[in-house]
Ligand binder design. Structure first.
Ligand SMILES: Nc1ncnc2c1ncn2[C@@H]1O[C@H](COP(=O)(O)OP(=O)(O)OP(=O)(O)O)[C@@H](O)[C@H]1O
Ligand SMILES: [Mg+2]
Length: 361
């Protein structure tokens, strides 16, 4: 394999007509990493990837690789590989011809093409599939061929746009591991687009969370998961419960207390929230404890509204005595109408700026 990149830096604005779909979307990352663009449908992930690939022009901005500006180069001069959601294999061509296509354009000797196609088929674990047509392959096999077709050209940067979203849940998990294996074994730099937070967290060294064309937060998977910077990222990362509060007191090491809706909530924060500031206290459904004999800080009464059995645990929706609704995942057996005590362990509660703030990088 040819060497991958050492660094990538870009800042892009993109408008379609009067609609701005990427607003100064920028990033600076080291190479040899698995990077994901994560965000809801329509937030601009594919547009950003296509601009990096050179498939569509940016309205404004620049893209730099290893200190060299590359946004004026046509796609074929960038040396990137691309894998799309719908595989985009040539249906009238065999697996062999699909993978060989780029090498033939480069007028490589026939013997070299044969060898490299064979190596790629071994790599994606489909040896002997040369003469099949795409219609004779399963979705997972087609996606392996699409990956082989991208990798055979030894791309210095691999771009993948929701490559697994057409596959069923079980195959998705298998192929996810497969992509990570290839990335690691070949020492690639990969940018992977997805709207699935589990996929992003399990694959990535570096996660970039986007909303409406704006970078909301970039960090390691663990940072994004444990320390979302704002309400949007927290919501995307599974903090289902949000309580508007006013900060009552601030202690050492980010300990903070707030009041709202007649509740006094203790948590921690990484933001400069002074007494009197408006904030949002957030907790995941999995982190709420349910039981009769609970007490201490953050203990509240509630009444069970809905119980949904999920197998190992229940999803419970209850109404807190103070008024707000609460989503809980608990192995405890509770029934609708029952009164229960819930506790938010203070170390699991994060305080964030009100929604719409906490965005700047
Ligand atoms: N060629 C185009 N002309 C006009 N608007 C476009 C064009 N391509 C994309 N858009 C708009 O740009 C926004 C971002 O689209 P994009 O495809 O990048 O989103 P996405 O994050 O990839 O979404 P998804 O997860 O659904 O694939 C959307 O509002 C979309 O409607
Ligand atoms: Mg897309």
């Amino acid at each position: 394999m040819k060497d991958t990149i050492e660094s990538l830096r870009f800042r892009i604005t993109k408008r379609f007509g009067t609609k701005t779909v990427l607003k100064d979307f920028g990033l600076e990352v080291r190479g040899r990493q698995f990077i994901t663009f994560l965000g809801p449908s329509g937030c601009g992930k594919s547009t950003a990837l296509n601009i990096l690939a050179g498939l569509i022009p940016a309205t404004d901005g620049d893209v730099w690789i290893d200190g060299e500006r590359i946004d004026h180069l046509p796609p074929e001069k960038r040396g990137f590989g691309m894998v799309f959601q719908n595989y985009a294999l040539f249906p009238h061509m065999t697996v062999y011809s699909n993978i060989a296509f780029g090498l033939q354009l480069q007028r490589r000797p026939a013997a070299e093409i044969r060898e490299r196609v064979g190596q790629m088929l071994d790599l994606v674990q489909l040896p002997g599939f040369e003469e099949r047509y795409p219609s004779q392959l399963s979705g997972g096999q087609q996606q392996r061929i699409a990956i082989a077709r991208a990798l055979v050209l030894h791309p210095r940067l691999l771009l993948l746009d929701e490559p697994l979203s057409n596959l069923d849940a079980k195959l998705r998990i298998e192929m996810r591991a497969e992509i990570k294996r290839l990335h690691t074994n070949l020492g690639l730099t990969s940018i992977y687009v997805t709207h699935d937070q589990t996929e992003a967290l399990s694959l990535s060294d570096w996660v970039v969370v986007m909303r409406d064309g704006i970078l909301m937060q970039a960090g390691t998977a663990q940072e994004i998961h444990d320390q979302p910077r704002n309400v949007f990222v927290a919501d995307f990362m599974g903090f289902r419960n949000f309580f508007p509060v006013q900060v009552a007191s601030v202690g050492p090491e980010g300990v903070v207390e707030g009041t709202g809706n007649g509740m006094r909530i203790r948590g921690r924060t990484r933001h400069a929230l002074g007494p009197g500031a408006a904030a949002v206290a957030a907790i995941r459904p999995d982190d709420v404890q349910v039981g009769e004999h609970l007490g201490g800080p953050n203990a509240f009464h509630g009444k069970v509204d809905i119980v949904e059995y999920l197998g190992r645990e229940n999803e419970v929706i209850l109404t807190l005595e103070a008024g707000p609704r609460l989503w809980v995942h608990t192995p405890e057996r509770v029934v609708p109408g029952e009164s229960v005590m819930v506790v938010f362990p203070p170390e699991k509660v994060i305080f964030l700026p009100p929604d719409g703030e906490g965005v700047s990088a």
